[in-house]
Design a protein around this ligand. Structure first.
Ligand SMILES: CC(C)(COP(=O)(O)OP(=O)(O)OC[C@H]1O[C@@H](n2cnc3c(N)ncnc32)[C@H](O)[C@@H]1OP(=O)(O)O)[C@@H](O)C(=O)NCCC(=O)NCCS
Length: 427
């Protein structure tokens, strides 16, 4: 396939009134144009859009403005070239290095810029179907994975007065679900098989099965056991973790499952403590799509099904744990949400870890403001109100990490890590 009339990036940017051009556009532009078909690309054809919509778990019927925009894009050589580039760069056989700077497109499309990203995002659905034909996964996993476009529209509609669209800052994430990655949704959550890169190590007491996480070497923690927001402005009481290992023992600072690093150093005898997770091991890195309904049963079922899927169907490299980093794993949830809320219940079932973060990082996912401002953030849901009440008291949000060892999923619902920790006399 090659296009009859290729168009230069400079001409397209001038035509679309896009001043800022991300470097990756220029680096890949000619290659993308060489791959552009001379006829209307499939992802802009009404039949494919309708078909994708039907497989996208949308509750509403296909908005007609999406088809109208497809016609407008197909008829405008600048929009067409840009749509093709973004489609090809995201879903094509490209060695992607992610920069999150997609063109804004509001100068040429105004309020339809988000709809443009939804239009191109619809191509994700057939791309996932094609890729999953090569994987040992059930149709339900494929269907669930394809829901991410609909989940992105939930955010966009919540933040943009009900308009259809996808935020351009979220759009690029869709490329991650395709080959060669193993990244798919299983029930409520998404899981990406990856190498564990954070420095935490998980130890298991042979006699009791108790679990203790040790901090990485040379991390800086506050007196309360959190990671410091700004390494160049360390509050009083800050301390540094240590980790050493010899033939007989490991020595380090434990992290409590409630997400706090302990300044006391402990020594674990290797005859009694076995390392069950270390950097370099394979894990399922979990991601949480929008959509609420994160009740304990949905979380537990998703953990179990994901462990089964990846251990039984992808036996070349079995994961050891589910890991995650997010605003919604913070131990602060217990200070601001009701005890029975889904998020608080989840936090009690996982091993929470302090992560480096910028203060209030992650609040975009709750308030959808380009720059989070607690004074003006929307208060229309109980989640938003509870969190704002907490933040407006002078608290700053800290993201957190989690570990759940696959062997421990069966204990979900018993606050397993907390109970074990409380009966240990380590610190
Ligand atoms: C925020 C979230 C985790 C809440 O899950 P949950 O507690 O199971 O949600 P529920 O369905 O029980 O809803 C609880 C309340 O939160 C509100 N809510 C749900 N999702 C929300 C969201 N994305 N933004 C703001 N409020 C939200 C609900 O409207 C409800 O409020 P109400 O009592 O006034 O009706 C979930 O909605 C979500 O999907 N978030 C976005 C994705 C995300 O942040 N991913 C992590 C990226 S690091």
């Amino acid at each position: 396939m090659s296009t009859a009339t290729t168009v230069s990036l400079d001409e397209v940017l001038a035509g679309l009134k896009e001043q800022d051009c991300a470097p990756q556009l220029r680096a890949h532009w000619d290659q993308a144009m060489a791959a552009m078909p001379s006829i209307r690309p499939a992802f802009l054809q009404h039949d494919q859009i309708r078909d994708a919509w039907e497989h996208g778990s949308f509750e509403e019927s296909l908005p007609q403005e999406l088809l109208k925009l497809a016609d407008r894009v197909a008829a405008d050589r600048h929009l067409l070239a840009m749509a093709w580039f973004i489609y090809w760069y995201t879903f094509g056989p490209v060695d992607r290095t992610w920069s999150w700077t997609m063109p804004e497109l509001t100068n040429c499309l105004g309020e339809d810029a988000g709809l443009f990203y939804l239009l191109v995002a619809m191509a994700f659905i057939p791309a996932v179907h094609e890729y999953h034909k090569t994987l040992p996964v059930t149709p339900r996993v494929t269907e669930d994975t394809c829901r991410q476009v609909q989940c992105f529209t939930l955010n966009y509609r919540r933040g943009m007065n009900g308009r259809w669209g996808v935020y351009r800052s979220q759009f690029g994430w869709l490329g991650n679900y395709l080959a060669p990655n193993l990244y798919m949704r299983v029930g409520r959550f998404e899981y990406w098989r990856q190498t564990y890169k954070r420095g935490f190590r998980v130890y298991r007491q042979v006699a009791t099965g108790a679990t203790v996480v040790l901090a990485p070497d040379k991390n800086t923690y506050t007196a309360q056991g959190h990671q410091c927001f700004n390494p160049s402005q360390l509050p009083a009481g800050t301390w540094q973790s240590v980790f050493t290992e010899d033939a007989d023992a490991v020595t380090g600072n434990p992290i409590s499952p409630r997400g706090k690093a302990m300044s006391k150093v402990v020594k674990l005898d290797k005859k009694q403590w076995r390392c069950v997770l270390a950097p370099g091991d394979t894990v399922l890195d979990m991601h949480i799509p929008a959509g609420g309904q994160m009740g304990p049963q949905a979380c537990h079922e998703s953990f179990e099904e994901a462990a089964r899927l990846f251990c039984e169907n992808f036996t070349d490299d079995r994961p050891k744990a589910i890991t995650c980093g997010s605003w919604m794993l913070s131990e602060q949830l217990e200070e601001c949400l009701p005890e029975q809320s889904n998020l608080v219940q989840l936090v009690k079932e996982i091993y929470v870890l302090p992560l480096p973060c910028v203060g209030n990082d992650g609040m975009w996912f709750v308030f959808l403001q380009s720059k989070f401002d607690p004074a003006t953030a929307p208060r229309d849901t109980s989640l938003r109100r509870d969190m704002l009440n907490y933040l407006n008291k002078g608290n700053v949000w800290r993201n957190a990490g989690m570990i759940v060892m696959l062997d421990d999923i069966r204990h979900f619902g018993t606050q397993y890590y907390r109970r074990q920790w409380d009966s240990l006399s380590l610190v």
